[in-house]
Design a protein around this ligand. Structure first.
Ligand SMILES: [Zn+2]
Length: 275
């Protein structure tokens, strides 16, 4: 029996859709080539992995200059160990680093492009168990995966980001650009959708890493309770979590059966190292 090639509207349509896609891709390449030392804000995420890591690494030096890393090796090692368990679940493999910054006065955590994650000793001292630590680290890891920090830089300070990315300026221009982007990073604040997305991706990754996702809910509940008593916590200001968004998170954990009996909620090591 002879099999005839399909005829009619649908195959023709898919042919022209295919031609259109190829043409659009060609146009994208053409416009990218036209501006070799500038990124286009029309593209969702226009950077290579190397470029993203390079921005993060330059800002890492800035962050450490402002607030030195804690010199307590056991603390750095432990936080890094918990972070690496989380990072192993990431769909995007950046060289994730988890740094404890020696600042007992500010309870804060934030993340730079390309996998640089920071937590202050002030925030560490407020946590009560290992899954709460995993929750803070996974939340920041999720921001890295979603490229939230570099997106914010694209929107709020594209000129300086171009300078840092493509070194198209002298030493003074580069140093000033790094200061502006560094200040943006230290005062990092994302919108409610980005925060919720980081929490939802975060609890999935926690469960895959064997951590009880309840730790995330505990952190948000605790900080919300403190805030309602008038306690000023930097982490809560930069990561606002309304009661409604905590409820969505709880329902998400339940619906996806993310909480399982054998998961880690706490460890002896947490209490040996942190307090
Ligand atoms: Zn956040």
């Amino acid at each position: 029996m002879e099999i005839k090639p399909p005829r009619g509207l649908m195959p023709k349509l898919s042919y022209w859709v295919g031609v259109g896609v190829v043409f659009a891709l060609w146009l994208t390449c053409l416009s990218a080539k036209a501006y070799p030392n500038q990124f286009s804000q029309n593209v969702a995420f226009p950077f290579t992995e190397q470029q993203t890591i390079s921005v993060g690494a330059q800002l890492d030096a800035f962050v450490r200059q402002r607030t030195p890393a804690s010199s307590v090796e056991a603390l750095q090692d432990y936080v890094s160990e918990v972070g690496k368990k989380i990072a192993a679940q990431s769909p995007q493999q950046y060289p994730f680093t988890y740094t404890v910054l020696a600042n007992t006065h500010t309870a804060e955590a934030f993340s730079g492009p390309g996998g640089f994650i920071y937590i202050t000793t002030g925030l560490l001292n407020m946590l009560e168990n290992e899954s709460q630590l995993a929750a803070v680290l996974v939340h920041e890891t999720a921001h890295v995966i979603d490229h939230d920090a570099i997106h914010q830089m694209m929107v709020e300070d594209a000129t300086d980001l171009n300078v840092v990315l493509f070194k198209n300026g002298g030493d003074t221009t580069l140093s000033s650009a790094l200061t502006h982007l560094g200040d943006l990073l230290l005062g990092q604040q994302f919108n409610a959708d980005e925060e919720q997305e980081a929490n939802l991706l975060g609890v999935q990754m926690m469960a895959s890493a064997g951590y009880n996702p309840k730790g995330m809910v505990q952190v948000l509940d605790k900080f919300n309770a403190l805030a309602s008593q008038g306690v000023n916590i930097a982490f809560l200001q930069s990561h606002p979590a309304s009661q409604a968004s905590v409820k969505i998170l709880q329902e998400y954990i339940q619906r996806n059966h993310l909480e399982q009996p054998a998961q880690v909620l706490d460890s002896q090591r947490f209490h040996e190292v942190i307090y």
